[in-house]
Design a protein around this ligand. Structure first.
Ligand SMILES: Cc1cc2nc3c(=O)[nH]c(=O)nc-3n(C[C@H](O)[C@H](O)[C@H](O)COP(=O)(O)OP(=O)(O)OC[C@H]3O[C@@H](n4cnc5c(N)ncnc54)[C@H](O)[C@@H]3O)c2cc1C
Ligand code: FES
Length: 233
């Protein structure tokens, strides 16, 4: 595992942090890294999406969920972190008019995607206090924000050729229902956040049921056409 120097690790909101590390490993929108800031416990590294890349600076946006992300949040500038990646397929080749839809910390992979697609329209949903909205608005003139409701209600699938989604499972299921109702295929793509262990397709921890059989979220995904995903499977 390569290690990298942390340049910054700032709290943006309650439980929400942005970490910047020096790394030239790069990556594509929708890809992720396996991060590790401990030796033996927790056992596994933690998958975190690429939030942004600026030259040799790699940015991650993360929410504290348990022990691993809590340890990440305690790191300071000058500390070192273990880094493996970039992994995963990333978002698909962009085609036509695109919407990016994020729920909560699911906005993390969409910022770097938006940098590549400045014409994209953006939907950001938060259950409580929003964060980074101004940063998205600097890149796109079409940012819709919902706080406390269902951002998916605001997305008209017929207005887009592709919709890229990342958020909690209920949000992705809602997009799947909308997609089914519209009879669409190959339009809505979701980035899954399954638990992972190896990150490279070797352990099956991230195995996901799809219409085409079991797939590895780390290596075959994390981005899948929504109609292929069997949620809860
Ligand atoms: C490809 C990918 C990209 C991701 N990108 C980001 C990101 O950019 N920012 C970010 O904050 N998080 C991201 N995640 C989720 C992040 O990896 C988990 O929140 C983290 O691993 C939790 O580790 P922990 O040790 O803090 O919590 P744990 O102690 O492992 O778990 C704490 C709680 O969170 C639940 N949990 C743990 N992992 C997940 C998960 N993957 N999905 C749903 N619930 C979970 C557990 O069941 C438990 O209730 C991503 C996940 C994947 C697979
Ligand atoms: S995390 Fe090991 S196969 Fe996906």
């Amino acid at each position: 595992m390569a290690d990298a120097v942390i340049l910054d690790n700032v709290q943006l909101s309650s439980g929400i942090f942005r970490m910047t590390v020096r790394s030239e490993s790069g990556g594509l929108p929708g890809q992720f890294y396996m991060l590790r800031a401990w030796s033996t416990s927790p056992l596994l590294s933690r998958p975190i999406s690429i939030f942004d890349i600026e030259g040799d600076q790699l940015h991650f946006l993360y929410q504290t969920a348990g022990e691993g992300t809590r340890l990440l949040s305690q790191l300071r500038a000058g500390d070192r972190i273990g880094l493996e990646g970039p992994f995963g397929n990333g978002f698909p080749a962009a085609s036509g008019k695109i919407a990016l839809a994020g729920g909560g910390i699911g906005i993390a992979p969409l910022y770097y995607a938006l940098k590549h697609l400045p014409q994209a329209e953006v939907y950001l949903g938060f259950s409580r206090e929003p964060y980074l909205v101004a940063e998205f608005e600097r890149l796109s003139s079409r940012v819709t924000v919902d706080i406390g409701g269902y951002i998916t209600d605001q997305i008209d699938l017929t207005a887009y050729d592709q919709v890229w989604v990342c958020g909690p499972e209920p949000m992705m299921k809602a997009m799947q229902r909308k997609n089914e109702a519209a009879g669409a295929a190959g339009k809505v793509f979701v980035s899954l956040e399954n638990r992972m262990a190896c990150g490279i397709g070797a352990c099956l921890v991230c195995s996901t049921k799809t219409s085409g059989g079991r797939r590895k979220a780390c290596a075959d995904g994390p981005v899948f056409p929504v109609e292929e995903v069997v949620f809860g499977g």
